[in-house]
Ligand binder design. Structure first.
Ligand code: NYM
Ligand code: MG
Length: 214
């Protein structure tokens, strides 16, 4: 039997816009670091690369793009970071990631474009690293919209977000953790922290890498 190598954990936050992913992922990284875990916060889209800048321009409605093309660009923005992510995990760094392939699929499929269904949307993601834990911040769209600020970027409308939430329900797998995101910041954090600690402990003990959609 091949011996398992210690590595960092890939912990992913997913959910509709304004559900608290950025607050919680930032807080989780701080908490992990202060307990001695080597952790970094990553996010997708990664708007710093040249592909990321094209995505940013699209999200800010400064440019138009074909729906299939922008979908592939979001996926390519993960592929261009794949080796760097794997290298970090191999070095023992835990990556807390704010959105990944599940957002990619849930958002494009929510547009209802003929041909761009869930299966089509999943295909360019196949082979990317599968997270060790998914923290799905569950929040009704009405509650997320009430947090203020829907409408700043493309996709931030209640109708689209409702379709996105329905798609997350279809993509959810039984190993995901569904967190009630309507609680206080500290309550949500405590739930996330427990799952993260467990994932970090498993990966330190040695865990194989899994791929989407294993
Ligand atoms: N989004 C994000 C996609 O449409 N596809 C993707 O693959 C990813 C990662 O971009 N409304 C959408 C979801 C968000 C928007 O993300 C920007 P954020 O976390 O608001 O910066
Ligand atoms: Mg947003």
């Amino acid at each position: 039997m091949a011996s398992l190598v210690a590595r960092g954990a890939f912990i992913l936050f997913e959910g509709v816009d304004r559900c608290g992913k950025t607050t919680q992922s930032t807080k989780l990284v701080e908490a992990l670091k202060s307990s001695g875990v080597n952790a970094e916060l990553w996010r997708y889209p990664d708007r710093t690369t040249s592909m990321g800048q094209m995505i940013n321009s699209y999200l800010q409605s400064k440019t138009e793009m074909d729906d299939g093309a922008i979908h592939l660009l979001f996926a390519a923005n993960r592929w261009e970071k794949r080796a760097a992510m794997e290298a970090k995990l191999a070095e023992g760094v835990t990556l807390v990631v704010d959105r990944y392939s599940y957002s990619g699929v849930a958002f494009t499929a929510a547009k209802g474009i003929p041909g761009l269904d869930l299966e089509w949307c999943k295909s360019p993601e196949v082979g990317l690293l599968r997270p060790d834990a998914v923290l799905y911040l569950n929040m009704p769209v009405e509650a997320a919209a009430a947090r203020g600020g829907f409408g700043e970027e493309r996709y931030e409308t209640s109708d689209l977000q409702k379709a996105v939430r329905a798609n997350f329900d279809k993509l959810r797998e039984d190993w995901w953790t569904i967190v009630d995101a309507t609680g206080t910041v500290d309550e949500v954090h405590a739930a996330c922290r427990a799952v993260a600690d467990d994932a970090v402990a498993k990966c330190v003990a040695g865990a194989p890498y899994a791929r989407l959609w294993d």
